[in-house]
Design a binder for this molecule. Structure first.
Ligand SMILES: C[S@@+](CC[C@H](N)C(=O)[O-])C[C@H]1O[C@@H](n2cnc3c(N)ncnc32)[C@H](O)[C@@H]1O
Length: 306
């Protein structure tokens, strides 16, 4: 499906260069299907019923395709976590990094996406450790993922004449290598299995790596989070997704977006008053979150003590 500002391809991202022109994309962002984790319910999906090596090989094909459709000097960002398996943990980020460099990307930065305590579920390993808290029993609740930033070739000289500057508040928020962002815990029912990333993640990245009017690609679009954010920020976007029902979801989502409608005052406007207003609003939001999680936590403790 194609409109003026977005295109949705119900296709396989291992074959991007068959339907997207070479050197035509300004920015690529995605969270791939994880190895061995989820069945999205159709044939041909990457990660499901594959050995780890088959999974890595398929993802390498995708990196290769991404390299071919991306413009020179531009960036690709991958969001990926670590996977637990019976024969040891898989630090997928490390294997992706090696494979991206193999296909020609330059590795530029890694950022840790930190999911603040209380915003993720307790995981089995950590529960076992808390029930048997002895040496050698150590285990963790995994509450971080990686954001890997790659570039195709070197940066072009830029002329920032007509580009607005980020304000101090935004720069302070992004210029440390750990980003605190709550995950999406209870997406709508029809998006439940997609494992969407929080909107804040693609928003920060799209702001940091594109200009207005640029073309943003998500090759594993899921329910279209990155595409929606791109449109709201006045960027054109391409969604690639192999699941037909998810493509329908993406279409529904993108049809409802008004191009360039995101209020960027808190990103560009430099004002002490605004900074104070936003930090007050953030504190109120954080306090509400705290109360919510306190209640859940107290409920769990009560149940355990019964
Ligand atoms: C982790 S989800 C992406 C979630 C997305 N970031 C969002 O916010 O909604 C991974 C997606 O990749 C899709 N997928 C799996 N194999 C694919 C392939 N070969 N080509 C295109 N999409 C694929 C799955 O159907 C799933 O929707």
């Amino acid at each position: 499906m194609k409109t003026k500002n977005y295109t949705i391809f119900n296709k396989d991202s291992r074959e991007l260069s068959k339907f997207i022109d070479a050197d035509s994309i300004d920015f690529i962002v995605f969270s791939p299907p994880y190895w061995n984790l989820r069945n999205y319910g159709y044939d041909g999906q990457i990660g499901y019923e594959q050995t780890y090596d088959e999974y890595l090989a398929d993802m390498k094909r995708v990196f290769h395709e991404c390299f071919s459709v991306l413009k020179d000097g531009r960036f690709m960002v991958i969001n990926i976590g670590t996977v637990v398996s019976n024969d040891g943990m898989k630090l997928i980020a490390a294997d992706f990094l090696k494979n991206c460099v193999d296909v020609g990307f330059i590795f530029r930065k890694d950022v840790i996406w930190h999911k603040p305590r209380g915003t993720t579920k307790w995981q089995r390993g950590a529960t076992q450790f808390s029930q048997s808290p002895y040496p050698l029993m150590f285990n963790t609740n995994i509450n971080h993922e990686y954001i890997l930033i790659f570039q195709k070739g070197k940066k072009e000289e830029q002329n920032f004449k007509d580009t607005p500057r980020f304000n101090k508040r935004f720069v302070r928020k992004v210029c440390y290598s750990v980003w605190d962002m709550p995950p999406v815990n209870s997406p709508k029912l029809d998006e439940k299995h997609v494992a969407p990333y929080p909107e804040e993640l693609p928003r920060r990245l799209i702001l940091l790596f594109t200009f207005k009017g640029d073309k943003v690609l998500d090759p594993f679009s899921g329910c279209g989070t990155a595409n929606k954010i791109a449109l709201e920020l006045g960027r054109k976007t391409i969604a690639v997704e192999l699941s037909r029902p998810y493509c329908d979801l993406i279409k529904k989502k993108l049809t409802a977006v008004k191009f360039g409608s995101y209020d960027t005052e808190d990103i560009y406007k430099e004002s002490e008053e605004l900074t104070a207003k936003l930090s007050r609003a953030n504190m109120e939001k954080a306090y509400k979150e705290y109360l919510k999680h306190k209640k859940i936590f107290e409920g769990t403790i009560k149940k355990q003590n019964r």
